[in-house]
Design a binder for this molecule. Structure first.
Ligand code: ZN
Length: 200
């Protein structure tokens, strides 16, 4: 079950790659030892067919993310009542067989990589995305770009492998450089890492 808001990390160059189970396990073990990922949980609420699973935040998590503004109100253990699920900050690892377009914010901020003008395709069209196939022409400088090469400015992403932090509001928090370095280091060939926010 998705929370209403979250922050998603993804390796940009894994866009066209399949992630092997061994590589995935290696990445997760590294993120655990660095204190980003906590324990795996599984909880089934009354009336729900499926258990909710994910990772608790690790013991160094709050040092690896910088919350902007006043202190964050985040719940770090699974709520007793499923109605409170939306405030529960936890981590989900999402993996796909084939690369997907992952919608982030409701208003994407895609812009031309050459002149920075706003260029966009409608969401239903983006949801049909497959790599290396969808082009867009900038109305201002007439540059043709693949949609995955636009500058998405933390509003959406592409790929097969995503690390989702649920229940962080858009722009409420930013990763520290240390966290981005941990992702890069622990994932070997996956880099650079970027991130975006999502809202339902
Ligand atoms: Zn342009």
């Amino acid at each position: 079950m998705n929370s209403q808001y979250g922050m998603v990390f993804y390796p940009q160059n894994a866009c066209f790659k399949k992630v092997s189970p061994e590589h995935r396990n290696q990445v997760l073990a590294g993120l655990s030892s660095e204190g980003f990922l906590g324990e795996l949980f599984s909880i089934r609420y009354e009336g729900q067919k499926k258990a909710q699973t994910g990772y608790l935040i690790g013991d160094k998590f709050l040092k690896l993310i910088t919350f902007l503004g006043c202190s964050p109100h985040i719940a770090v253990s699974p709520p007793e009542n499923i109605a409170d699920w939306g405030n529960f900050c936890h981590i989900e690892i999402q993996q796909h067989q084939n690369p997907i377009f992952f919608k982030g914010l409701n208003n994407s901020r895609s812009s031309c990589p050459q002149c920075k003008s706003r260029v966009a395709k409608m969401l239903p069209e983006m949801q049909q995305w497959i790599p290396d196939s969808m082009h867009i022409v900038c109305p201002k400088c007439h540059q043709t770009s693949l949609v995955e090469d636009l500058n998405w400015r933390h509003s959406a992403g592409f790929g097969t492998f995503f690390i989702i932090i649920h229940s962080i509001y858009p722009n409420e928090a930013v990763p520290t450089d240390q966290l981005l370095n941990i992702f890069k280091h622990e994932s070997g060939s996956f880099e650079p890492w970027d991130y975006f926010y999502y809202e339902l």
